[in-house]
Design a binder for this molecule. Structure first.
Ligand code: HEM
Length: 407
């Protein structure tokens, strides 16, 4: 079979190439792909291999050239990327992750429940006005409001922040980034904003709640008895990676669910009838239609994997989309089946040090919104041609026009 250009964001306008991934898993589970610009890359497609590589950070590094498929344009850009903890390896990554983890404690996420429930109720009110609504925007609004209120970002800045968040996340989509400016360039304005917010919190610490306030104030004990804190640059890049990592992903998952409610309502039938959304429904949604297709690593040493000779420095793509459809791990992987047990999908990562830090928050958000829809929406009708997002990393919807009818 001819190789597909998996780096081409346009490829995904017709959907995730699941058939191609199946072919790779069966015939070339570690497959070299040439790149029009760049050195080329290996793609790892089988579940077991993705999980092992995901955990083996010594051999498959995030820090060497960053975690994104596109290479950094310069060493200076690589240095900026490495300030973001998704582009770090242990032990530096472990330090940063420990310092930011107070933001994601179960207690902090639990207290958000009431707020998220209220947001979901308001959004469903709007969905039930009888008009055609672009659901892609509804999902973005919900996931953004959740992250923004958790952070304690001033509401007056929300529209602006959402605007640049979407542009950075979807930098390959001309509708949002008409000049196709590189991601690094788009990030400058976001980092400037984050630095000024942090400066303001430092000036007036008592006026600011939320994570930014807590992290600015927090110090973490070190093993040697001293204490450690995040620098302003580290705080700014943390802010960036959380809004960018949290908004599109959750929104795309919701859109995928709503599209399924429109096209294949039977798959949610028992939950819809009961007006409940058990956690297993969300896990299966993430496995079956998860939004994060891949992350990149770089090999740190020459080695062989399933006959492929991987060299130190080679770019390696972990295909979470493919691993989640691997029939060696999941029976009838194309079928949505919330009864799968176990359902050890890799939609949030394969259990390595970079496992999604926002997974609990995303699960809560998705469960509450799906429950609200199951309770109040009778029918979802697709009211126009859905348009997929142009992206080689996120599977999602740029537009999803729907009309919903109340129960
Ligand atoms: C359905 C929603 C989501 C999905 C499917 C998802 C998926 C992922 C995946 C696959 C990774 C990489 C794991 C790895 O390389 O091993 C990741 C990392 C990350 N995610 Fe999520 N994510 C979601 C929601 C969120 C939310 C809501 C937030 C924040 C509020 C968030 C913040 C992050 C961050 C900061 C990282 C980097 C962690 C690190 O490098 O240590 N994500 N996510």
């Amino acid at each position: 079979m001819d190789k597909l250009d998996l780096a081409d964001p346009g490829l995904y306008l017709s959907g995730v190439p699941y058939d191609y991934f199946r072919w790779l898993r069966d015939n070339e589970p570690v497959a070299w792909h040439d790149e029009a610009t760049g050195s080329g890359y290996w793609v790892i497609t089988r579940y077991d291999d993705v999980v092992s590589a995901n955990r083996d950070w010594r051999r498959y590094s995030n820090a060497l050239r960053g975690a994104m498929l596109e290479d950094p344009a310069s060493e200076a850009e690589l240095a900026v990327r490495r300030m973001i903890f998704v582009n770090q390896d242990p032990p530096l990554h472990s330090r940063t992750r420990k310092l930011v983890s107070p933001a994601f404690t179960p207690g902090r996420i639990r207290v958000l429940t009431e707020r998220i429930e209220a947001m979901c109720a308001q959004l469903v009110d709007r969905l039930l006005l009888g008009e055609v609504v672009d659901f892609a925007r509804i999902g973005e609004e919900l996931s953004f409001q959740m992250v923004a209120s958790m952070f304690g970002v001033p509401e007056a800045d929300w529209t602006m922040i959402l605007d640049w968040t979407l542009r950075i996340t979807n930098f390959q989509e001309p509708e949002l980034n008409p000049a196709l400016a590189p991601r690094a360039q788009l990030q400058v304005v976001a980092l400037d904003y984050a630095r000024s917010l942090i400066a303001e919190v430092r000036r007036n610490p008592d006026r600011h709640g939320g994570i930014v306030g807590d992290l600015v104030r927090s110090e973490v004990a070190k093993d040697d008895g001293g204490s450690d804190r995040l620098s302003d640059d580290e705080l700014a890049t943390f802010f960036l990676v959380v809004v960018v990592g949290g908004v599109g992903t959750t929104a795309h998952t919701l859109s995928e669910a709503v599209r399924a409610m429109g096209e294949r309502p039977d798959i949610f039938d028992p939950y819809h009838r009961a007006g409940e959304c058990p956690p297993a429904v969300i896990e299966e949604l993430i496995r079956w239609g998860g939004p994060v297709m891949n992350f990149r690593r770089s090999a740190t040493e020459d080695h062989e994997l399933r006959g492929a000779q991987i060299r130190a420095g080679d770019k390696v793509l972990l295909s979470f989309s493919s691993a989640n459809r691997d029939e060696r791990q999941f029976a009838q992987p194309e079928t949505f089946d919330a009864g799968r047990n176990p359902n050890d999908h890799v939609g949030f990562g394969g259990g390595g040090p970079h496992f999604c830090i926002g997974a609990q928050l995303a699960r809560l958000d998705l469960r509450l919104m799906m429950r609200e829809m199951f309770r109040r929406v009778e029918r979802v009708e697709l009211a126009g041609e859905p348009v997929r997002l142009r992206s080689n990393q996120f599977a999602g919807w740029l537009h999803l026009p729907v009309r919903m009818t109340a129960r």
